[in-house]
Design a protein around this ligand. Structure first.
Ligand SMILES: [Zn+2]
Length: 138
């Protein structure tokens, strides 16, 4: 089935992030000068403005910082997904990113532990999404 929802258009700065997603790896930028981790991608460390940074693989674990549940259809591609949760996820490493929390929207709560998984939307694009963390399961 063709994917009928909006897809990210990688910029020069975010291309490595999306390439990581394609490999099912969640990447964040890490400053070599001060150690800060951040997203969204930028050419300078937002903390100390250093240009000495690297992409590093995040644990994929985090928590729900804030969220909303969409009950109304704003894009026809989401017709079969209502209601769905859009959440600001705070990663273990610190950066916050917008994503979805999969599963029962009634179970989504602030501070809920979540972990990343990847949805292969197309041949080229995989989307990082989150679900309740499997507590202790391998
Ligand atoms: Zn820095």
């Amino acid at each position: 089935m063709a994917y009928n929802k909006p897809l990210p258009v990688p910029s020069a700065e975010s291309k490595p992030f999306w390439e990581g997603c394609r490999r099912h790896e969640l990447l964040v930028q890490r400053c070599r000068a001060c150690g800060k981790h951040w997203l969204p991608p930028s050419a300078l460390c937002p903390e100390c403005l250093s240009t000495e940074w690297e992409w590093t693989r995040a644990s994929g674990k985090g928590k729900v910082f804030s969220f909303v549940v969409y009950h109304r259809l704003y894009h026809p591609g989401f017709k079969d997904e209502l209601p769905y949760a859009v959440a600001l996820i705070e990663l273990e490493e610190g950066p916050r990113m917008l994503s979805n929390v999969a599963g029962d929207v009634k179970a989504v709560k602030c501070d809920m532990p979540v972990e990343v998984f990847f949805e292969d939307a197309t041949e080229e694009v995989s989307l990082p999404k989150f679900r309740a963390a499997s507590s202790g399961r391998p």
